[in-house]
Design a protein around this ligand. Structure first.
Ligand code: ADE
Length: 343
């Protein structure tokens, strides 16, 4: 057992808002607490140290990769490391040029502006962002018709950190303006996820055995956000069943109850694979057709389900569409939950 700070599970409440607050608590607060993504951390350390020594802002950065791998956490850590103020927004929240103008003109020198889901910025707004990133100049048009006039405002030195799950959706002029670098976050190894779970359990003050941390890690799709979510649900399960901590038996039962199989697939993943195999004889099938057949939208399939299924080698993307691989057939045949459903 890892050393618990407090193993009393009885006074733990569970609710969505408490969950969110807990997620904040579980975020690494210091650079050294951030597990994994070593290459990115090494590159960022150099950028940060060099810019700090020159007393300059770091150049603009773009983080991309599947959801839950820690893009926002990295941005927060960079701000902390630089002692900079960070303002956070997202692509869909910036609806009008005026929204962006107001955000940019309210920045102070050295601030970091974090834009999540940057692929959802509309084109007109992107065009205002280019000169702001390149030459710290805000060019806006005031008024309409013959009385319209264009004004230019100088912005303070700032760093834009943008994050996206869909880097291919960014226009190339936008992509090319991240002069500090574009970084792809990788899936974590099971060992790294296990370390994250053990760290989180310590913060939550709960006892967790090494084999149960390993079991949760194995089913967490190589993703810290999912691991922390499962950890909290295992804690709920153990509490309700009168446990003083999470052992392997509780972990397995809680994960089975959530219908998470031994590789981390949930019932949505299995359903998509099953439809691909049964309705379309394993493919190839186009994204649009697969989305219609599964009643999911295309973006959800591409952003939420596919990255992990591709990583597992259960599907392949070909020019003619998605194909289920031999391994997907084998897994669906072997999955315990699948067997139970067939019984
Ligand atoms: N929680 C979420 N992501 C993490 C990471 N990379 N390291 C430590 N704790 C985390």
């Amino acid at each position: 057992m890892s050393s618990p700070q407090n193993n009393n599970l009885n006074n733990v409440k569970s609710s969505a808002s408490l969950d969110k607050a807990l997620d904040q608590t579980l975020r690494p607060q210091k650079w050294d607490e951030y597990i994994g993504q070593e290459m990115i951390k090494n590159n960022l350390r150099i950028l940060i140290q060099a810019a700090s020594e020159r007393k300059e802002s770091i150049e603009h950065l773009l983080f991309y990769g599947p959801a839950g791998l820690g893009k926002t956490t990295l941005a927060l850590l960079i701000a902390k490391e630089l002692g900079a103020q960070i303002k956070t927004t997202s692509g869909p929240a910036i609806e009008r040029v005026g929204d962006l103008a107001s955000i940019l003109t309210n920045l102070s020198p050295g601030d970091i502006l974090f834009i999540d889901e940057v692929h959802r910025l509309n084109k007109t707004i992107e065009e205002v962002l280019y000169p702001a990133m390149e030459s710290r100049s805000l060019d806006i048009i005031i008024g309409k018709g013959p009385s319209a006039r264009s004004i230019q405002l100088e912005l303070p030195p700032f760093t834009l950190i943008a994050a996206t799950t869909r880097v291919a959706m960014l226009s190339s002029p936008l992509r090319s303006r991240f002069s500090g670098g574009t970084f792809r976050l990788e899936f974590y190894t099971n060992e790294e996820v296990k370390k994250i779970i053990t760290r989180s359990a310590g913060i939550l003050g709960m006892e967790i055995s090494s084999d149960s941390a390993e079991e949760i890690a194995k089913r967490s799709r190589y993703t810290p956000r999912i691991a922390n979510h499962f950890l909290k649900r295992c804690r709920d399960f153990a509490q309700v069943h009168g446990g003083s901590g999470i052992d392997l038996n509780f972990a397995k039962k809680a994960l089975d109850l959530m219908e998470i199989d031994e590789l981390g697939l949930n019932n949505h993943d299995r359903r998509i694979l099953n439809i691909l195999i049964e309705k379309f004889k394993g493919g190839p099938v186009g994204l649009q057709t697969l989305a219609a057949a599964t009643s999911e939208d295309e973006a959800t399939i591409e952003d939420v389900y596919e990255p992990f299924l591709l990583q597992l080698g259960f599907i392949e993307r070909t020019p003619r569409g998605r194909i289920a691989t031999e391994n997907a057939y084998k897994h669906l045949g072997q999955s315990q939950i699948q067997k139970n459903l067939l019984l």
